[in-house]
Design a binder for this molecule. Structure first.
Ligand code: HEM
Length: 192
């Protein structure tokens, strides 16, 4: 149980977050080393586009679009949001010019960590429901056993619902700060 929790959930979570942090630091380091800091400045654009593109999953889930396999779109969301965040982190670099972009970066970091927690919870509920379905098919369960299985099922799904209540406001805070940063860049662009 403890080993499976570690191997199936904590390890992937730590790896995805660790690789993100290391890749961001390494990316920034090499851009400075190679005198390509300007590349970092522009990486903010594809990074933002990738994060926006990743939200197609949300449109599909909320039936604003009807085509596309939801499961693949969620994987697409996880990949593109991760990659987009990496680009935005390299874009933030270690330069400090204004407070707003840093607030946006912190909100994005919290958003990514929360996304990874959501992935962990979702994988857990998925495995649970899967196992439950199989065991229903394999053996006739007694009533209390079924009650308990269903209870655990509900807890996992409820955990997802609770998580969403935190994740979506974090996303909104991030979106507002990012839009603020982008608008201010366009306002100052002409002046500089
Ligand atoms: C800047 C980065 C990210 C943003 C802006 C973001 C945004 C969102 C939003 C708005 C939702 C809610 C979808 C909905 O219910 O309509 C969501 C759900 C989710 N995100 Fe992210 N996310 C980010 C990063 C990540 C990462 C890195 C992962 C995992 C690798 C991830 C995994 C998930 C999962 C598993 C869900 C739950 C799907 C569901 O509720 O059905 N997210 N994300």
């Amino acid at each position: 149980m403890t080993t499976s929790l570690w191997r199936q959930h904590i390890l992937p979570f730590t790896l995805l977050l660790g690789v993100l942090a290391i890749a961001a630091l390494a990316g920034d380091f090499f851009l400075h080393r190679l005198n390509l800091v300007w590349v970092g400045r522009y990486l903010g654009i594809p990074g933002t586009l990738l994060i926006i593109g990743s939200l197609v999953y949300s449109l599909r889930k909320r039936k604003l679009i009807t085509s596309g396999n939801p499961r693949s779109l969620l994987t697409f969301h996880e990949l593109t949001a991760w990659l987009g965040s990496l680009m935005v982190l390299i874009h933030s670099g270690i330069h400090f010019n204004a407070i707003l972009p840093w607030l946006a970066t912190i909100a994005m970091g919290v958003n990514v960590i929360s996304g990874l927690v959501g992935k962990l919870l979702l994988d857990r509920s998925r495995r649970h429901v899967q196992g439950e379905r199989e065991s229903y098919q394999l053996r006739g369960l007694s009533r209390p056993e079924v009650e308990q299985a269903v209870f655990w099922d509900a807890v996992s799904l409820d955990a997802m619902t609770q998580w969403r209540k935190v994740h979506i406001p974090i996303f909104i805070a991030f979106a507002v700060l990012a839009i603020g940063h982008i608008v201010s860049v366009f306002l100052f662009w002409g002046w500089a």
